[in-house]
Design a protein around this ligand. Structure first.
Ligand SMILES: Nc1ncnc2c1ncn2[C@@H]1O[C@H](COP(=O)(O)OP(=O)(O)O)[C@@H](O)[C@H]1O
Ligand SMILES: [Mg+2]
Length: 247
């Protein structure tokens, strides 16, 4: 078994003008693990995803994926290496059907599918894993919010991602949809064996899903530990209480 961390973020810095969105953030992700990434609004969670996936080049530090330095590579290169993501605002190709959306990722995003001729099967499995089989022929823009989010995950699965970055996949969902999403994420982890980083505001979801949690605050890593350790950490409680007062 390969014990090298699948992802290593080493002292990563990202600036927007004078604002430091990430100040020397470091973390490691073991293979097959779900890591929760939490922190108040504006603490740098989405920026970290953007830097890992190549949407922004870091201003300092290094990102290793499977031991390889990927810092500053273009997003499509990083996607092809096996990092998939969702966006806070889902953006499918809305005029295409659900199946076509997944097919585009499977056929054009993944050389392995092309070589092996398994594109159809990979698409089918991605739709099944995300409970979208019955919607395969529907136009993507007819989907509910919950289904659109699942479609993004299906596209990442079709790309044969090894690492999945989920950015607030559960925001705005009903309790039933949320339960379905939690179950789906667990299934993806256990059946496909993906490593996953989950950004989520819903504490119940984060605490039950994550094996480890990293807390960001104002672009810095404030704490890291098991869900239990994080729930009892006074610094974390303070950061969240601060946010509630501000709101
Ligand atoms: N493209 C951008 N241009 C300027 N500032 C940005 C940009 N993206 C994020 N920021 C700023 O970086 C900080 C971190 O934002 P973000 O990563 O979106 O936080 P989170 O996802 O934790 O809510 C915020 O102060 C935000 O305003
Ligand atoms: Mg965000």
């Amino acid at each position: 078994m390969n014990r090298e961390p699948i992802l290593k973020v080493d002292n990563v810095v990202k600036r927007f003008g004078g604002l430091y969105a990430l100040r020397k953030v470091s973390l490691e992700l073991e293979r097959g693990i779900i890591l929760g990434l939490i922190g108040p609004n504006g603490s740098g969670k989405t920026t970290l995803f953007n830097v890992i996936t190549g949407a922004y080049a870091p201003d300092g530090g290094t990102i290793y994926f499977e031991g390889e330095d990927i810092s500053g590579l273009k997003p499509h290169k990083i996607a092809r290496k096996g990092i998939g993501r969702t966006y806070q605002v889902a953006r499918p190709f809305s005029s295409m059907t659900v199946e076509e959306n997944v097919h585009v990722s499977a056929a054009f995003g993944c050389a392995e599918n092309e070589r092996s001729g398994e594109t159809r099967e990979v698409c089918y499995n991605a739709l099944k894993m995300t409970n979208l089989e019955s919607k395969a022929d529907n136009p993507a823009d007819s989907l509910t919010l919950s289904e659109k989010r699942r479609l993004e995950i299906a596209r990442a699965l079709a790309l044969r991602s090894k690492l999945l970055l989920l950015d607030e996949t559960m925001a705005g969902l009903t309790p039933t949809e949320m339960d379905m999403t939690l179950e789906m994420i667990r299934r993806i982890k256990s059946e496909v064996g993906l490593s996953i980083i989950v950004v989520e505001h819903v504490m119940r979801a984060i605490m039950t899903l994550s094996e480890r949690i990293v807390v960001l605050s104002e672009g810095e890593k404030l704490a890291e530990g098991s869900p239990k350790e994080i729930a009892q950490n006074p610094l974390v409680l303070e950061a969240y209480l601060g946010e509630e007062v501000a709101e």
